[in-house]
Ligand binder design. Structure first.
Ligand SMILES: NC(=O)c1ccc[n+]([C@@H]2O[C@H](COP(=O)([O-])OP(=O)(O)OC[C@H]3O[C@@H](n4cnc5c(N)ncnc54)[C@H](O)[C@@H]3O)[C@@H](O)[C@H]2O)c1
Length: 284
């Protein structure tokens, strides 16, 4: 029996945005190691397909439609899952969207949606699930999806980048809050470098300014060429969760480089500069 199985088999995993990409990869992995997987997504058809795949492979899963930007939807989800399953061993606040374009050109709806999904979606997951986890009193895990972008800066992705800086700092505060409260909840920051997912697909960019399409296509191309295999990345993530790590990177070298650059930037306190790679990507 692996360490992941020893810790997670027989438990319930609730994953947001699990109808595609990393959420889907994590759902599959949790299914493989014998968890009951609650596959939630704003897109019910996607969630149904992922749950059906897990069940077809011999696992346990159910699909539920949840928009993480709606606090009441997460409250209802938590009530329902604790009522029917008694406990949740793993909550993954994964749902997130990219938004591309100059900050002054992104329409207000897209700005608000990005911050609501990426920041408040994570906060709502915590707010809705932690009181039940505390009441049940068993050891549990909460994993929030940060990003390599949590430690860097990218012009024309300001909404996304600032949201990921926020998620990382939220997870750090939450980790310490669990210590202060003496709560048996492991808080983990999952840091994908680049995994092959649909986050830069053209249809995911509805509502972005016109000029965003070319940048989105370039990022999708980069992801297809250099991204890590989704299932491999998600295996690392679940291993890190079982090891009770706070920092869980898919590509630790990328995380180390981003952190070193950021530390250097803070130490110099110089103005932000465009590096060659960013210039080339943005044609600046
Ligand atoms: N792919 C990467 O390399 C990468 C890198 C860094 C961080 N991340 C983070 O990983 C997470 C997942 O990204 P991905 O690449 O798998 O994206 P993806 O676009 O492939 O999948 C995201 C899923 O979330 C769902 N979703 C979108 N809005 C939602 C909402 N309001 N409520 C519920 N579900 C919603 C979508 O329907 C989709 O199924 C995000 O938080 C993202 O920021 C990904």
């Amino acid at each position: 029996m692996t360490e992941e199985e020893r810790i997670f088999t027989g438990g319930v995993a609730v994953i947001t945005g699990a109808g595609a990409g990393i959420g889907m990869g994590l759902a599959r992995r949790c299914g493989q190691i014998g968890m009951t997987v609650i596959v939630t997504d704003i897109d019910k058809a996607r969630a149904d397909a992922v749950a059906a795949d897990i069940v077809a492979a011999g696992g346990k899963a159910e699909a539920i439609q949840v928009d993480v930007a709606k606090p009441e939807a997460l409250d209802a989800l938590a009530l329902d899952i604790f009522d029917r399953h008694g406990a949740v061993r793993l909550l993954v606040n994964n749902a997130g969207i990219e938004t591309v374009g100059y900050s002054w050109e992104i329409p207000i709806d897209r700005w608000e949606r990005t911050l609501n999904v990426n920041i408040h979606g994570v906060v709502h997951g915590v707010r809705s699930f932690v009181p039940h986890m505390l009441r049940v009193g068993k050891e549990a895990w909460i994993a929030n999806l940060a990003s390599i972008g949590s430690f860097g800066i990218m012009p024309t992705q300001a909404a996304y980048i600032m949201s990921k800086h926020a998620v990382q700092s939220f997870s750090e505060c939450l980790y310490l809050e669990m210590q202060v409260a003496g709560a048996p909840i492991n808080v983990c920051s999952i840091i994908p470098g680049m995994l092959k997912t649909s986050i830069f697909d053209a249809e995911a960019g509805n509502g972005e300014p016109e000029g965003a399409a070319a940048h989105r296509a370039a990022m999708a191309q980069m992801m297809a060429s250099y991204g890590m295999d989704l299932d491999e990345g998600c295996r690392h993530f679940v291993e890190g969760l079982a090891a009770r790590k706070f920092w869980i990177s898919s590509q630790p070298d990328m995380t180390d480089r981003a952190l070193a650059e950021r530390v250097g930037f803070f130490q110099k306190q110089a103005p932000p500069t465009l590096n060659e790679q960013t210039r080339a990507l943005l044609g600046a």
